[in-house]
Design a protein around this ligand. Structure first.
Ligand code: NAI
Length: 309
């Protein structure tokens, strides 16, 4: 079955280069009308350029429909204006890919609070601003597909990227609550952790890997996650054409008897607490509470009706 984006309106932030450009080109090739947002900043977030317009020119030259938006995701009023323009031109906004990002890598010891703040500002607040700007429209039209861009650094860590990692895992957290709020309006929200050879990773990848990890190899996963039949609340890792799923899991846990509810009791039970046998993937925070209740019931500390056994 062909996945089409015919007549869909999509906004891709940070689409003036790298991954965002690749998403925008393919969305347009498959029929979407695309808002190419990009401030045109350098890798550390300084400066501006006409990067967005260049991608729009490429899309138009290939016969697609696109408009450039040079605003910054850090400015909520600019995000609102961008959405208003897309709606007045094309009538709706169906898809949002939050992709804009910058780097300020340093060890935490050397990092200024301002480097931490700016990275959080662009990745996390930028995604919150753009999402808030489209949210009411998506609720009203009972259709929306939103993709957050996380990172392996956010999910698993990386030396020298505490600011970036904190912001990126926060986006998975954003997804996990937002998908619950969007479900009844047919708004699906997912998280993608891409790996690609772009200017962001140019000093990390050897030249041969750069080709293997071309942004185009992340596009299939990104586009599936904003398609009509997209899942919701998935965390997907994609790079070099390899697509995988990541989960935040929970072990069954140990119900400490009353006399052992001490730090020493936790120490004694540590290997059982961290044993992954029987772990689950909760679909909401409430399911963590349910798992605790289950552990209490299994240990006979409470009966299924909640009374003390
Ligand atoms: P990139 O640097 O080519 O793209 C980021 C784009 O965001 C740039 O075009 C930049 O001008 C734009 N941007 C920066 N600040 C902005 C702002 N305030 N408002 C609007 N646009 C802004 O890098 P790449 O690799 O394409 O990154 C895309 C996304 O994927 C980022 O969120 C990045 O953190 C994420 N990512 C990339 C990985 C990779 O392996 N390349 C790995 C994990 C995550």
């Amino acid at each position: 079955m062909t996945i089409s984006f015919q007549d869909r309106v999509a906004i891709v932030t940070g689409a003036g280069g790298g991954l965002g450009r690749a998403y925008a080109l393919e969305l347009a090739r498959r029929g979407a009308k695309v808002v190419v947002n990009d401030l045109g900043a350098s890798r550390d977030g300084t400066g501006t350029s006409d990067a967005a317009q260049q991608v729009v020119d490429e899309i138009k030259a290939a016969g697609g429909m696109a408009m450039a938006d040079g605003s910054s995701v850090t400015e909520y009023d600019q995000m609102q204006a961008m959405v208003a323009r897309a709606k007045s031109e094309w009538g709706s906004v169906d898809i949002l890919i939050n992709n804009a990002g910058i780097l300020r890598d340093k060890t935490f010891a050397k990092m200024e609070p301002s480097d931490f703040e700016l990275v959080v500002q662009v990745h996390l607040m930028g995604a919150a601003n753009a999402t808030k700007a489209v949210w009411e429209t998506m609720r009203e039209q009972a259709y929306g597909r939103i993709l957050m861009t996380a990172s392996s650094t956010g999910l698993y860590g990386n030396f020298g990227q505490t600011n970036y990692g904190a912001a990126k895992l926060a986006l998975a957290g954003f997804t996990k609550s937002l998908y619950l709020e969007g479900a009844k309006y047919n708004i699906r929200v997912n998280t993608l952790a891409p790996t690609a050879g772009t200017r962001m990773t140019e000093d990390l990848f050897p030249p041969e890997a750069f080709k293997l990890f071309a942004p185009e190899n992340v596009v299939p996963a990104a586009l599936f996650l904003v398609s009509e039949d997209a899942p919701s609340n998935a965390i997907v890792a994609a790079g070099a054409g390899v697509v995988a799923a990541a989960y935040v899991t929970l072990t069954p846990g140990v119900a400490l008897p009353e006399g052992e509810r001490t730090p020493e009791g936790v120490a004694a039970a540590w290997s059982q607490i961290t044993s992954r046998e029987g772990e689950i993937v909760p679909n909401s925070g409430a399911e963590q509470g349910a798992m605790a209740l289950k552990a209490l019931q299994a240990s006979g500390l409470v009966t299924p009706s909640g009374t003390r056994g």
